[in-house]
Design a protein around this ligand. Structure first.
Ligand SMILES: *Cc1c(COP(=O)(O)O)cnc(C)c1O
Length: 384
């Protein structure tokens, strides 16, 4: 950290943490340091502690400090993608014979990393229903090193109790990892609820503009931070300087974007709930959502992701996805523009026939920050 004390408000941190004006030029925005190496004043005489850009790069450092400040952690690390962050984490804290407990509806890429990659190196995993703490306790073994949680989940928007899971994990001597991609640190800060590690796909809300792929880890414990930093350098899946710069720029507006995502999603949920073509709306902000109370306790807003089911089944869901104009038919989420997708055939197609299979009448919306009236008019046209 630099000498400036860390400001306390979230959006103040988003704009200033790690981002002091450049001491050499006064540039208000952290410079994009496109350099691989750094001149040494005599052998080993590093000017700013920088030696080689896989190990450290000042633009990435600025992002890492901002991430740590936003998640209220000790150490932030930025990676080439969300999955690169996850891989580095698993290979730091697990070894052959280690066991991971994860949500039955975890992000498909996380499940694939565990079942197709980590499994080959002897890391075992058990998918469970994370909303049932008894089931989680029953799944834990002596060798469980990680309890891997996502909340809200994708695309069913289930909610897990972070504080409750932290207790179960710690009683078992395991780490609680929370993938905080859907909520973003503006709405939920898992480390303050007892989690040990926060994972992000910065590709989504943190970047926020659908123009950069990246990932992050933030941890509360400095020693674990050092082990992860060692592996970040040793494995090399780092965030490039330009990607780090883009995520840092996105983060500055995270608070205002999330407020608008929340407000627009609430309008969309109201509209969908009033329509006979829609058989169910899945959104943690709804009082009848099974995770509503927990979500209201651990989140400061319910986010921009909305899923719903169509009474007309798969055919109606596919027709809907092809009829929206403003909601663009595409995978991914968390950008300023609204997106629509059919999880059963798109993001979750690989889960067909497995316990992770999602209903075919389900549509997922990533509600953007356009004008709510225009979004609702688009949904109305596509339903009609
Ligand atoms: C997209 C996503 C990931 C993976 O991140 P990439 O940046 O695509 O590697 C992990 N978790 C969640 C919840 C995601 O949405």
């Amino acid at each position: 950290m630099t000498g400036t004390p860390r400001p306390s408000g979230f959006s103040t941190r988003a704009i200033h943490a790690g981002q002091d004006p450049d001491p050499a030029t006064g540039a208000v925005v952290p410079p994009l340091h496109l350099t691989t190496t750094y001149k040494q004043d005599g052998v080993g005489g590093l000017r700013g502690g920088y030696e080689y850009s896989r190990s450290a790069n000042p633009t990435r450092t600025a992002l890492q400090e901002a991430l740590a400040a936003l998640e209220e952690g000790a150490t932030g690390l930025a990676f080439a993608s969300g999955l690169a962050a996850e891989d580095t984490l698993l290979r730091t804290v697990c070894e052959p014979g280690s066991h991971v407990v994860l949500a039955g509806d975890a992000y498909g890429g996380t499940f694939r990393l565990l079942s197709k990659v980590a499994a080959r190196w002897g890391v075992e995993h058990t998918p469970v229903d994370l909303y049932d703490l008894g089931a989680v306790r029953a799944a834990v073994r002596d060798t469980t090193r990680v309890l891997w949680c996502e909340t809200p989940t994708n695309p069913l928007l289930n909610i897990a109790d972070i504080a409750g899971l932290a207790e179960v994990a710690h009683a078992a001597g395991a780490l609680l990892v929370v993938d905080n991609t859907f909520a973003s640190p503006y709405l939920q800060r898992p480390l303050t609820l007892g989690a040990d590690v926060v994972v992000h796909s910065t590709t989504k809300y943190l970047g926020g503009h659908s123009d950069v792929v990246g990932g992050a880890l933030v941890v509360a414990d400095r020693d674990l931070g050092e082990q992860l930093a060692f592996h970040q350098n040793a494995m090399g899946a780092v965030n490039g300087p330009f990607d780090a710069w883009l995520v840092l720029r996105g983060i500055k507006t995270l608070g205002v974007r999330m407020d608008r995502h929340n407000a627009n999603a609430a309008r969309v949920v109201d509209f969908l709930s009033s329509r006979p073509e829609v058989s169910a709306v899945l959104y943690p902000g709804l009082p009848d959502h099974p995770g509503h109370e927990v979500a209201a306790r651990q989140m400061s807003g319910f986010g921009g992701m909305v899923s719903f089911r169509l009474a007309g089944g798969e055919e109606a869901a596919l027709r809907f996805c092809e009829r929206t104009e403003l909601f663009t038919l595409a995978e991914s989420l968390g950008g300023v523009e609204s997106l629509v997708e059919h999880p059963h055939r798109m993001t979750h197609a690989s889960a067909a026939g497995s316990p992770l299979e999602v209903p075919a009448d389900l549509v997922r919306l990533s509600v953007g920050i356009e004008d709510a009236e225009d979004l609702i008019a688009d949904l109305e046209r596509a339903l009609g």
